[in-house]
Design a protein. Structure first.
Length: 99
């Protein structure tokens, strides 16, 4: 089990390193030669290759869409938590029939 934990931690570390804003130094130190980050907000990983009209939206519409996305993520987390609770209670078949 110790090597499994080591592999999981190494995977999480690599995922965090790959998904950080490349213009900002590790963990917000901002020590780099790339200049200022073009990201509008933390978690904005757009690279200019895909544009689905985000730049054309007003600031209010952008905040609304970010709030909707955040609420959808929270709802998904609560749904998974509910399934996990019912699995531990032993009545998961009442929610998700196997047939």
């Amino acid at each position: 089990p110790g090597m499994v934990w080591a592999q999981m931690i190494a995977t999480w570390t690599m995922m965090e390193a790959a998904n950080q804003d490349q213009f900002v130094g590790p963990w917000g130190t901002n020590q780099n030669v790339l200049g200022d980050s073009p990201a509008e907000f933390k978690g904005d990983f757009r690279n200019g290759a895909l544009d689905f009209g985000w730049d054309k939206l007003s600031d209010d519409a952008k905040m609304n869409k970010r709030a909707i996305e955040l609420n959808n993520g929270r709802a998904a987390q609560m749904g998974i938590l509910g399934i996990m609770v019912h699995e531990k209670l032993g009545n998961i078949d009442a929610l998700l029939p196997s047939n």
